[in-house]
Design a protein around this ligand. Structure first.
Ligand code: AKG
Length: 288
C-alpha cells in the first residue's frame, strides 16, 4: 500500500539529535522540562490570576476571555517555558498558549484531533510543548496520541472547520486507538502539531491542570488556513505570531492578505487507513 504522507523534510527541530530522530519519526517525545521550583512558581502565578475551569474540559485558548487576560496567561507561560524551550528547540518562537483544566468526571474528555495548521508543513513543523501541573496517567486523563500520525496527510487542518470534502477520519476514532503518555508533573510531552492527540476522561476526583505553548520556527512564514462557506480553503498570511491570539477564527479576518486557495485534490483517508498508515510509519522507524 502506498503511504500518503506530508513529505516531511528532515530539518532538525530538537537540539538533541537522538530526541530529534524520535520526534521526526513518531511525532512525539517526552523530556524533563520544569524543575520543581519552576513548577511551584508557575502554579502560584496562575493561581494569582484567578480561578479557571470547573467540571468538564476547559481550555483558555478556546474560552471567551478578555484579551488582557489571555495575554497575561501567555506571558506567564512563555516566561516559564523560556529556558526549557530554548534548550529543547532550535530557533523557535512562541505563537499561542493554553491553560487547560480538566475537571473530574463526565464531559472531561478532549476528543482526538489535530491542531490547526500554522505554516507550510512541507518545509517547517510547528511544535507544541504540553506540560501537566500534576502527575498524569490513564486515571486522570493524560495526553493520548497516535504515533506516526503527523506524517499522514488528511487534508488542510483549517479553521473554523475542516472542509466537508476532506471527511476527517479522526471523527471515527476512539481512545482504544491511542497510546496514553504518562508523565510526571513538570515533564513535557513535545508533539508535532499535526499529530493526532486528545485526552480521555479524568477519573480522579481532582482537576487535572496542564499548560501548553505552541511554537513555530522563527524563519517560517505563518499562515491561517481558513475554510470559507463554499468549502474551499484559503491561505491568509499572518504577519506576526501575536495575530494568532488576536483573531476570532470563526469569521474570515478580511484584513489578512490572501495567498490564494489550497488545492483539494487528494483522496479521502478512512479511519482504518489513517490508523494503518500511522502505525506503519511509527513501526517502520523503530525497526529501521
Ligand atoms: O490537555 C489536554 O487534555 C488536551 C490538550 C490538547 O489537546 C491540545 O493542547 O491541543
Amino acid at each position: 500500500m502506498t503511504l500518503i504522507t506530508s513529505q516531511i523534510q528532515p530539518r532538525q527541530i530538537l537540539q538533541d539529535q537522538v530526541a530529534n530522530t524520535e520526534f521526526l519519526q513518531q511525532g512525539v517525545v517526552t523530556r524533563p522540562f520544569l524543575s520543581s521550583e519552576q513548577l511551584s512558581h508557575l502554579m502560584l502565578e496562575l493561581e494569582q490570576l484567578g480561578s479557571f475551569g470547573g467540571t468538564g474540559f476547559y481550555d483558555t485558548a478556546a474560552a471567551e476571555l478578555k484579551s488582557a487576560q489571555r495575554e497575561a496567561i501567555h506571558n506567564i507561560l512563555c516566561a516559564a517555558f523560556a529556558q526549557g524551550s530554548a534548550d529543547l528547540l532550535i530557533d523557535y518562537e512562541p505563537v499561542m498558549s493554553s491553560y487547560i483544566v480538566k475537571g473530574p468526571g463526565e464531559d472531561s474528555q478532549k476528543e482526538i484531533h489535530r491542531d490547526f495548521r500554522l505554516l507550510d508543513e512541507s518545509e517547517f513543523r510547528a511544535v507544541c510543548i504540553w506540560v501537566p501541573l500534576v502527575d498524569v496517567d490513564e486515571r486522570n486523563g493524560a495526553l493520548a496520541v497516535i504515533k506516526g500520525s503527523h506524517q499522514v496527510d488528511t487534508g488542510p487542518r483549517s479553521v473554523p472547520m475542516t472542509p466537508r470534502y476532506s471527511e476527517d477520519p479522526l471523527l471515527d476514532l476512539t481512545f482504544a486507538d491511542t497510546e496514553t503518555v504518562p508523565v510526571a508533573a513538570g515533564e513535557a510531552v513535545v508533539f508535532d502539531m499535526a499529530l493526532a492527540h486528545g485526552s480521555d476522561l479524568n477519573h480522579s476526583n481532582l482537576p487535572r491542570r496542564a499548560v501548553a505553548v505552541a511554537y513555530a520556527p522563527k524563519l517560517a512564514p505563518l499562515s491561517l488556513y481558513f475554510c470559507d462557506p463554499d468549502d474551499s480553503v484559503e491561505e491568509l498570511a499572518v504577519p506576526h505570531p501575536d495575530v494568532f491570539r488576536q483573531i476570532d477564527w470563526r469569521v474570515r479576518p478580511d484584513y489578512l492578505h490572501s495567498l490564494g486557495r489550497i488545492s483539494s485534490d487528494r483522496p479521502p483517508v478512512s479511519s482504518a487507513e489513517f490508523l494503518q498508515q500511522s502505525r506503519a510509519i511509527s513501526q517502520a522507524s523503530t525497526t529501521d
